[in-house]
Ligand binder design. Structure first.
Ligand SMILES: O=C(O)C(=O)C[C@]1(C(=O)O)C=C[C@@H](O)C=C1
Length: 366
């Protein structure tokens, strides 16, 4: 290294050290503010369940960061950093217990950490209904469950849970899903006779498998992480799973990003026990059961058209109450506190057998 380079680098590193000290002081001041916020919340609700996590406020903070970010870091990158700062601040107020569809190493855990940041206690549970029960009982503050995949469609089990659960949707988070074919290091040069994965992942990689691994036995297991665990233990096997599972079980990649569609994305819902106030850019979900008569679907959709509300999703599920009766699961833009939305909902209510409000929540920011 030349003397000139050394001198210049020395100056820049001194500047970075100074800035780091400033950043640290500012983050500490921010954390003290959050502690004070917690005191105010507790004083205002003595002896009550205090909701320290404020999804609408977090969405507003992250949106503002993305919009006002001066660069050179991207808005997404800056929001990700602030996501972690806020997560640490919230943990000072109250450590959040987040139940998710496990085991550890699944995409749902990655989604939970993307949404809440890494300062939460994440609790793996074996099934979607177990996640709902954990939150309903109060054992976990919030839950994270998958609801839809861009290649494979809706996750019906999650939709059906809302028919009987009192829980509310408090948020959504989308995750780009990259699947990899992976093996244990001992298996790297051996013949693979069996591939383990979750049924959804096999479906998302079908064409790739038919082209590149035709004829190899495909065995469906309960999760990608379970697939990775088996591949780590059983000679002659491989798994299709994501980065977290590969890291967790020390597997090596044979082929990366083997999903058939480059935009393969899964949407997850955050479920909780309370309703979320408007954040300024929200979405709502409802379940509606209509009388089984001609024009029922038209009657259901007409108020959305009349009041100019954008539907983002409509799904039909068989009703648990009878043969050939249906329940519609609908997502639309807006918050139940908006006047336009409350008009639409009361018009639907007049025609529907039942309307259940599943919640209004901020449109995913990250
Ligand atoms: O504004 C609040 O209510 C806070 O508790 C502060 C804060 C933050 O760090 O900005 C922390 C947790 C909440 O989920 C939202 C925001």
């Amino acid at each position: 290294m030349s003397g000139d380079e050394q001198a210049r680098l020395g100056q820049l590193r001194d500047e970075i050290d100074r800035l780091d000290r400033e950043i640290m002081e500012l983050i500490s001041k921010r954390a003290e503010c959050a502690q004070e916020v917690a005191r105010v919340k507790m004083e205002a609700h003595p002896g009550e369940d205090v909701f320290f996590y404020r999804p609408e406020r977090e969405a507003q903070v992250l949106r503002r960061i993305k919009e006002s970010n001066p660069g050179p870091l991207s808005g997404e990158e800056m929001a990700r950093l602030f996501r972690e700062i806020m997560s640490a601040c919230l943990a000072l107020e109250k450590p959040m217990h987040i139940a998710f569809l496990g085991p550890i190493g699944t995409f749902t855990q990655a989604a939970a950490l993307k949404h809440f940041g890494h300062s939460v206690v994440s609790v793996p549970l074996p099934a979607i209904d177990a996640v709902f029960r954990e939150v309903e009982s109060g054992a976990a503050h919030y839950g994270v469950v998958p609801v839809e995949n861009s290649t494979e469609g809706m996750i019906n089990h999650t939709l059906d849970m809302f028919m009987s659960s009192p829980l509310k949707i408090c948020g959504e988070v989308q995750l780009r899903i990259h699947h990899h074919l992976m093996v244990s290091p001992q298996n790297k040069d051996k013949e693979i006779v069996r591939i383990y994965s979750h049924q959804q992942s096999f479906a998302q990689c079908r064409q790739w498998l038919d082209t590149h691994r035709y004829g190899i036995e495909r065995v469906t297991v309960s999760s990608n992480a379970e697939a990775a665990r088996r591949a780590a233990e059983e000679p002659g096997t491989a798994a299709i799973a994501g980065d977290m599972a590969a890291e967790l079980y020390g597997l090596e990649m044979l082929a990366t990003s083997i999903e058939d569609r480059p935009d393969n994305t899964t949407r997850f819902l955050i479920i909780g026990r309370e309703e979320v106030p408007a954040s300024g850019n929200d979405k709502s979900s409802i379940l509606v059961s209509m009388r089984n008569k001609p024009g029922a679907l038209y009657q259901l959709l007409e108020p959305f058209h009349k009041h100019n509300l954008s539907l983002t999703r409509i799904e039909t599920r068989p009703s648990p109450s009878g043969t050939w009766a249906y329940v519609f699961y609908i997502d639309f833009e807006g918050h139940v506190d908006d006047e336009q939305v409350s008009r639409v909902l009361s018009e639907i209510e007049e025609e529907a057998v039942e309307l259940k409000r599943l919640g209004s929540y901020p449109i995913g920011v990250l």
